[in-house]
Design a protein around this ligand. Structure first.
Ligand code: DUC
Ligand code: ZN
Ligand code: ZN
Ligand code: ZN
Length: 468
């Protein structure tokens, strides 16, 4: 089966070119210069004239079905990967969870059982360590060598749930330094945050907005700095800060990077587009829609502006979503009268490619940097390159034909995520995902869905190509 994506502007991390992209089976086999002419008669042809052809998006941070606060994230691997496909994302890296007290490999097996046969696009796993001890350190080695899981997330937040103390973090970092894995960090000082949360509740400050107010930027910055210091002590263990939201945290990352350290970070669309004031302005309990951790930051500070700058300077390498959706009904509502019981998370896996393209329209990013932050760098950072993340011969034919002249309006009425609201309701974007191809198969075209659950494959990852 051959497929020709004809006449589009192919965008890669280093430049653009008008080319016909020839696909045979699941792979890209050639990029042909149309001005030379060729006589290929493919089985299927897609006209991409006037459009961009980019590698399928890679969302390196999702939480399908994550158990949290007595409920579970509302997208299954079925609904969540289908929504991702609609939005031009053809690979996700989800977080498998070792619950505290559980054997790491059992946690991984449980995640495989959730995803197996249910995914519409390809998928891989990071592993959340719910505790660091001799057994989990040994398990880290085994996952890296045998399971294709080469990154481990630790939490400086959520005492009593996922939390690791500094000694545990240091030991995990030392192990990662030896086996080549990446340590991913949720960097917020959870011990101090819990004090602020208890004090707020005691004062009767129970509305959703107090979630953000009790998680100040200073406590994200402090934890980020501490994680960077611990990684340095672990002989420069590779460290990746997830969902970075605050300017002060970014400054610590930038400083470490300027010193040549093995420190990387991602941000998410919610921190680029949504603010604490949007949440504050919402009536009644509506603010719960935007309860996530790290929290939304104030528009009266320079966070969003600094995050865009960080994306340009590569102090922020990647945009992921931290897709962790909960419905208002029966889920966010668990926190009526007590914000600390609102399950934390925003769903956005469907909108990342569009929302970051809006950064191109707004003059924040180049076309090349758009592709790099949503596809190429995630592939390189997490050991999927060059199979994924690039439009090049030999790579998987994961392609998005992107229409810069169409518009997208985000709404709960039209999205495909299993959520009863949209965090971006009414937002309009210039640009729209057109055709989506996953391993050579057209899964979205002309506003119709042609994919199916179970076609997505588990990807064993190698080590990060960013490590020194
Ligand atoms: N943050 C969220 O918003 N949700 C799930 C976990 C996390 O760290
Ligand atoms: Zn987190
Ligand atoms: Zn710098
Ligand atoms: Zn997360």
């Amino acid at each position: 089966m051959s497929l020709l994506v004809k006449g589009g502007t192919v965008v890669g991390p280093t430049g653009t070119q008008v080319a016909d992209v020839l696909v045979e089976g699941e792979k890209i086999v050639a990029l042909l210069d149309p001005s030379f002419g060729h006589s290929i008669t493919p089985d299927q042809m897609i006209d991409a004239a006037g459009k961009y052809v980019i590698p399928g998006g890679i969302d390196a941070h999702t939480h399908m079905e994550l158990p949290f606060g007595g409920t579970a994230a509302s997208d299954t691997f079925d609904t969540g990967t289908r929504a991702a496909a609609w939005g031009g994302t053809t690979t996700i890296i989800d977080f498998a969870v070792q619950r505290t007290g559980e054997v790491v490999q059992d946690g991984l097996a449980a995640w495989h059982a959730k995803a197996d046969g249910n995914c519409h696009i390809d998928y891989a796993f990071h592993m959340i360590l719910g505790g660091v001890d001799d057994d989990s350190l040994k398990a880290m080695d085994q996952l890296v060598s045998d399971e294709g899981v080469t990154s481990f997330k630790l939490f400086m937040a959520y005492p009593g749930v996922f939390y690791s103390d500094d000694g545990q973090i240091l030991r995990a970092m030392q192990t990662a330094r030896e086996n080549g894995a990446m340590v991913m960090m949720h960097a917020e000082n959870g011990i101090a945050i819990d004090v602020l949360v208890q004090q707020a509740i005691a004062r009767g400050e129970t509305d959703p907005i107090y979630h953000g107010i009790t998680r100040p930027a200073a406590l994200e910055a402090e934890a980020t700095n501490r994680a960077i210091a611990l990684a340095e002590v672990a002989r420069d263990c590779p460290l990746y800060i997830v969902h970075l939201s605050a300017s002060q945290a970014l400054e610590h990352v930038a400083q470490a990077r300027d010193a040549g350290r093995n420190v990387f970070a991602e941000t998410c669309p919610q921190y680029l587009y949504l603010t604490l004031e949007d949440q504050l302005g919402a009536p009644g309990f509506e603010g719960a829609k935007w309860v996530c951790s790290t929290p939304l930051r104030s528009k009266h500070e320079s966070h969003a502006k600094d995050l865009w700058k960080g994306l340009r300077s590569n102090d922020l390498a990647i945009v992921s979503t931290d897709h962790c959706p909960f419905c208002m009904k029966d889920q966010k509502e668990l926190g009526l009268g007590d914000f600390s019981k609102i399950p934390n998370g925003i769903g956005g896996v469907e909108h990342r490619v569009d929302l970051i393209y809006q950064g191109v329209v707004d003059g924040q990013l180049s076309l090349e940097r758009w592709v790099e932050t949503i596809a190429t760098t995630p592939a390189r950072m997490f050991g999927l390159y060059p199979r994924k993340g690039i439009v090049a011969p030999g790579s998987d034919a994961d392609l998005v034909v992107y229409d810069p002249n169409a518009t997208t309006r985000i709404s709960v009425d039209t999205h495909h995520m299993n959520m009863d609201y949209s965090a971006y309701e009414g937002v309009e974007i210039k640009g729209r995902v057109g055709t989506v191809i996953s391993r050579g198969e057209v899964i979205v075209a002309d506003g119709n869905y042609h994919g199916r659950k179970g076609r997505g494959k588990f990807l064993e990852r190698g080590l990060s190509s960013y490590l020194v």
